[in-house]
Design a protein. Structure first.
Length: 348
């Protein structure tokens, strides 16, 4: 299904390679982000400027714009919609850093760390207000409805994550997928669905674009889960094993504890005990933490959980790419395919 041109693109290292067809529009999207209605408060303005300028990859706007370009000509409403996706994304991060007590984001100091939790939350709220304003300007009830669902999903997913965290006795793939779709996939699927709607595609094709975004987003999150175990702090801009330390029992651990042959029942019980000790270990007990990390790696290795997680991510990318088979061959479609491959091969 992957065309030779897309194969060639995947061999490139940087994600920017797949941005090419929409590169001329990204400066406009950045401008739209920076030109939101400025607040009266100087402090809020500084916090917003900090959060909007911390060098995000703009992956959500890019996927939205590629879907727009793959199905028609790029119009201002597409640029507005892709900017809305990023504004909502940044708003969630401003809130998420408060929930996670995070001092670093993308290797840079967070708004909460510089100005405190209330300013971080209110900056996020301000961005949501500006995103609502832009949504009204796009002038489509369906687009408003799509993004209202996104906001509801994001809250739903975050609360589902809180409910399931630090809980090894109720391991549940339904909960994991629900959380993943709501927290991560929703903005990708919304951007792709919106592209189809704004280009007046038949409903069947709108739904296929939505499926692309959803499966792309699930794969993206699964690889994110994986990188928490396989990457390093310098590349990720945050500590590794951070998810597990924060009680998130994500794909590699779920797969290791599910695998029928690899770990026997005694090993699974021991593995859970190690994870519980890791949840509780004091950050200052460096030696104990290192020992527990090594032990967790041993169990994951025995269960081949890293390989299985990679295969799981690949299966979702295959679903995503199958969903856009209907698109005519264009540079935008090639870039969507290339991005899909990149997302599962990325190392950061
Ligand atoms: C990052 O998660 C956070 C999200 C993808 C969504 C967070 C959602 C909320 C805080 C609730 C809804 C908020 C709004 C503004 C509607 P992570 O902690 O797993 O990833 P990270 O490593 O990037 O912090
Ligand atoms: Mg976080």
């Amino acid at each position: 299904m992957t065309t030779p041109a897309a194969e060639k693109m995947t061999s490139k290292q940087s994600i920017q390679a797949y941005y090419q067809p929409v590169l001329p529009y990204l400066d406009t999207v950045r401008e739209k982000l920076l030109n939101i209605v400025p607040p009266e408060s100087q402090l809020l303005a500084e916090a917003l400027h900090h959060s909007l300028g911390t060098g995000g990859k703009l992956l959500r706007p890019v996927v939205c714009l590629l879907a727009c370009g793959a199905t028609g000509k790029i119009k201002d409403s597409h640029l507005e919609t892709s900017a809305i996706s990023e504004m909502i994304h940044i708003a969630t991060l401003l809130h998420d850093d408060v929930l996670d007590d995070a001092d670093l984001r993308r290797g840079k100091v967070t708004v909460r760390s510089l100005w405190g939790n209330p300013v971080s939350i209110l900056s996020g709220d301000y961005l949501l207000a500006q995103a609502s304003r832009k949504l009204a300007q796009v002038g489509s009830i369906r687009i408003v409805s799509i993004y209202s669902d996104v906001l509801a999903d994001l809250c739903d997913g975050e609360v589902e994550q809180i409910r399931a965290s630090y809980n090894l006795d109720a391991l549940d793939w339904d909960s994991y997928y629900r959380k993943t779709i709501c927290k991560t996939a929703t903005l990708f699927s919304a951007g792709c669905e919106a592209a189809g709607v704004l280009n007046d595609l038949p409903e069947e094709h709108v739904q296929k674009l939505k499926q692309f975004g959803k499966n792309f987003g699930i794969a993206f999150q699964i690889v994110d889960d994986l990188l928490d175990y396989t990457s390093n702090e310098a590349d990720m801009g945050k500590p590794v094993f951070d998810d597990l330390k924060n009680g998130l029992v994500n794909a590699p651990v779920l797969l290791a504890l599910k695998s029928d042959q690899a770990l026997n029942d005694t090993e699974k019980t021991e593995f859970k005990q190690v994870i519980r000790r890791f949840f509780d270990v004091d950050a200052t007990s460096k030696n104990e933490a290192t020992e527990l990390v090594q032990s967790i790696q041993m169990y994951l290795g025995k269960a081949r959980a890293i390989e299985e997680t990679q295969a799981l991510a690949e299966s979702f990318i295959t679903k995503a790419l199958n969903a856009i088979d209907f698109l005519p061959n264009t540079p935008e479609k090639e870039a969507l395919i290339g991005l899909g491959r990149f997302v599962i091969e990325r190392k950061t």
